[in-house]
Write a protein of this length. Structure first.
Length: 67
């Protein structure tokens, strides 16, 4: 079983800043009503490198789970 590795808070802040605090998919700006969801770009939960971190809004995260 592959062990999920969490992203560090520093990595999360860097990626949020790089994405200008917006959802990578739809571009909505994160705020109290639209919180960021951090995920794995390649789907590999053992790969917690910064290049594998993506930030989506909840709506885009849920859409991705359905497809």
């Amino acid at each position: 079983m592959i062990q999920k590795r969490e992203f560090s808070n520093i990595h999360k802040q860097i990626v949020l800043s790089n994405q200008k605090h917006k959802c990578k998919k739809c571009g909505i700006k994160f705020n109290v009503a639209h919180l960021p969801n951090f995920g794995y770009t390649d789907g590999n939960v053992a790969n917690n490198t910064i290049s594998n971190l993506k930030v989506l809004c909840l709506e885009c995260t849920e859409k991705g789970k359905k497809s």
